[in-house]
Design a protein around this ligand. Structure first.
Ligand code: PGA
Length: 255
């Protein structure tokens, strides 16, 4: 596909896969996708599998490692948390921040996600910052307002240079894990809006470079159509990333 920005396809494994299962999936992906150069590929296993998966894909030319969250703190008395330095030990390059499941279940606020984003950047990790409206918000015509508040809050205080390391993921909450994908037109509209807001918050050059991924029931069958949209620069894939065949097909259908 002829795109202005290099596409990024990221798999968010969420709370799935034992170490053995993670190794099996990562091994299959390495065999299937090891030679892909046209798109950036990131897999985000649970924390417990990062160490082993990191060793397995150490020499991979195509697949990079991501984490699903991290603390805004660098160390200390934060029981249960994982900091950027710990992720770096396993050659993690990306970290998903502010996923809607963390906003919902762990009550993460834009201010917290902003602090995490800054901590990730300070550690040279690339944050994948997630935004998106709920069904009630969409039906009340609040999509742009909600996404604007999230973007503005999560990216507050970042420099233009830092923005070059940031990836944004638009994930309408009503499309996550529900089988309901936003139409490519709905996705394009919000992606275009986000890019316009990035121009206003930073500048046009930053907005032209920033990658905005779509997430929410992405599967092999809808990948091509979604990726063909002008402002859609990749996908954050949940369910369909848990199986080598479907994730590989999503990657291949985006090329
Ligand atoms: P899904 O999840 O692909 O299963 O809808 C996407 C996500 O939550 O990142």
């Amino acid at each position: 596909m002829d795109k202005v920005r290099k596409l990024l396809i990221a798999g968010n494994w969420k709370m799935n896969k034992t170490v053995a299962e993670a190794l099996s999936l990562a091994g299959d992906l390495q065999r299937e996708l090891g030679l892909v150069k046209e798109v950036d590929i990131v897999i985000c296993p649970p924390f417990t599998a990062l160490s082993e998966v990191s060793k397995l894909i150490l020499d991979s030319k195509s697949i990079r490692l991501g984490a699903q969250d991290m603390s805004q703190h660098n160390f200390g008395a934060y029981t249960g948390d994982i900091c950027a330095g710990m992720l770096k030990e396993f050659s993690v390059r990306y970290v998903i921040l502010g996923h809607s499941e963390r906003r919902q279940f762990a009550k993460e606020s834009d201010a917290l996600i902003n602090a995490k984003t800054k901590a990730a950047l300070a550690a040279s990790l690339k944050p994948i910052v997630c935004v998106g409206e709920t069904l009630t918000e969409r039906e009340a015509n609040l999509t742009e307002k909600v996404v604007d508040t999230q973007i503005t809050g999560c990216l507050a205080g970042l420099t233009k240079d830092q923005m070059d390391e940031v990836v944004i993921a638009y994930e309408p909450v009503w499309a996550i894990g529900t089988g309901k994908t936003a139409t490519s037109q709905q996705a394009q509209e919000v992606h275009q809006f986000i890019r316009k807001r990035i121009t206003a918050l930073f500048d046009d050059a930053v907005a032209k470079r920033v990658r905005i991924l779509y997430g929410g029931s992405v599967k092999p069958a809808n990948t091509r159509e979604l990726m063909s949209q002008r402002d859609v620069d990749g996908a954050l894939v949940g369910g369909a990333s848990l199986e080598a065949r479907s994730f590989s097909d999503i990657v291949k259908n985006s090329i």
